[in-house]
Design a protein around this ligand. Structure first.
Ligand SMILES: C[S@@+](CC[C@H](N)C(=O)[O-])C[C@H]1O[C@@H](n2cnc3c(N)ncnc32)[C@H](O)[C@@H]1O
Length: 200
């Protein structure tokens, strides 16, 4: 993948990646670290957002577990249609075909999986700001962040523990930010599992 400028990573770019089946990020099922996290959630009434959800394997898993207030958001339409094909009774109004930065609802939990790394690095501060707006007081941002050097080629764009900690610690309590021990083989050693809790 060559050098991508900020405006190149737009909805047509992502839509084309789905249309051309060029979706190497899609592991085809829920990732184990997130499955383990979801399995221990007791309260199924929590309102959850998965931004940049793509084919939304996490949403499918949560739905089958009995979570109802769950929202898949993506700037590309195709993966949301794919989800609806798999889950016929999933409510249309919980499929948000929109830019993450334009969402204005609030949530208890937001899930991160290969979305942060898909955004141009110039959006990192805006991502943190938008997360603080979208989360309720003491809401949690949970998921996986890559742990490999940031270069100008991407997506995916890398990062490391110190950078993430610097970005989030003003507005979030860093509850967990550790190498993920149950990643898929291709990502093992290259991703961090995290739980950030909004401070106020
Ligand atoms: C690398 S893919 C990851 C998809 C999914 N999380 C997964 O793990 O399979 C990044 C996703 O983010 C979506 N995306 C990129 N920019 C976005 C934005 N500004 N708002 C919402 N979705 C966006 C893309 O369409 C794509 O589905």
């Amino acid at each position: 993948m060559g050098f991508m400028k900020k405006n190149d990573l737009n909805s047509s770019y992502w839509e084309n990646r789905y249309k051309e089946n060029d979706t190497g990020w899609d592991i085809g099922h829920i990732s184990l670290p997130l499955k383990v996290y979801f399995d221990q959630l007791q309260d199924k009434s929590v309102k959850i957002l998965v931004p940049g959800s793509g084919n939304s394997h996490e949403i499918e898993y949560l739905w089958k577990l009995g979570f109802k207030h769950i929202y898949a958001a993506d700037i590309a339409k195709t993966p949301l249609t794919n989800l609806k094909t798999r889950l016929k009774d999933f409510p249309e109004n919980q499929l948000l075909h929109t830019d993450f930065f334009k969402i204005s609802d609030t949530f208890d939990v937001i899930i991160e999986q290969t979305f942060f790394c898909a955004l141009h690095p110039s959006f990192r501060k805006a991502y943190v700001e938008q997360m603080t707006k979208l989360l309720k007081s003491k809401g949690k941002l949970v998921g996986l962040l890559f742990n490999f050097p940031l270069s100008e080629t991407g997506p995916p764009f890398g990062g490391n523990k110190a950078e993430y900690s610097n970005l989030f610690r003003k507005d979030f309590n860093i509850k967990v930010l550790e190498p993920s021990i149950n990643s898929i083989k291709q990502r093992l050693g290259n991703e961090l599992f995290f739980i950030f809790e909004k401070k106020t």
